[in-house]
Write a protein that binds this ligand. Structure first.
Ligand SMILES: [Zn+2]
Length: 134
């Protein structure tokens, strides 16, 4: 059995895979977040530096403010999709039939939205180039 294969960290080969897996934009191996997605109490805790290539994830002060625009886009997209689904499948209910489910689902989506928007933002807007590690 080859032990070196086991120790090698998993590399996300495409940018899309790295975004979805929330991996470092430079090495695509190091995880950006300290805890798994399902740790709802600590979903927002990020590594300051990439555990593999030591890239500082907050590439400049206030960098993550930009991710709020991505997050806003996701929220509006979710709102539109839910609105259309409720309209068609529940036969245009009264206004509370939209407000309550949309509010609840939007709140449940916060951890997912927060992490994915940061991952999308650092991969598409940080100008960090992919440098495969040896
Ligand atoms: Zn890295």
């Amino acid at each position: 059995m080859n032990d070196s294969k086991i120790l090698k960290p998993k590399v996300a080969h495409s940018r899309l895979q790295a975004i979805i897996e929330e991996k470092c934009p430079r090495c695509r191996q190091g995880k950006m977040f300290e805890y798994p997605f399902l740790r709802v109490d600590k979903f927002d805790k990020m590594h300051e530096f990439c555990p593999v290539c030591n890239l500082r994830f907050e590439v400049e002060p206030g960098f993550w403010y930009g991710a709020m625009f991505i997050s806003y886009g996701f929220s509006v997209g979710l709102l539109i999709v839910l609105g259309v689904v409720i309209y068609w499948f529940f036969n245009d209910p009264p206004i509370m039939g939209y407000i309550i489910p949309i509010t609840v689902i939007s709140l449940l989506a916060v951890p997912f939205n927060f992490r994915l928007s940061r991952s999308v933002f650092i991969h598409l807007f940080s100008f960090v180039k992919y440098k495969p590690q040896e």
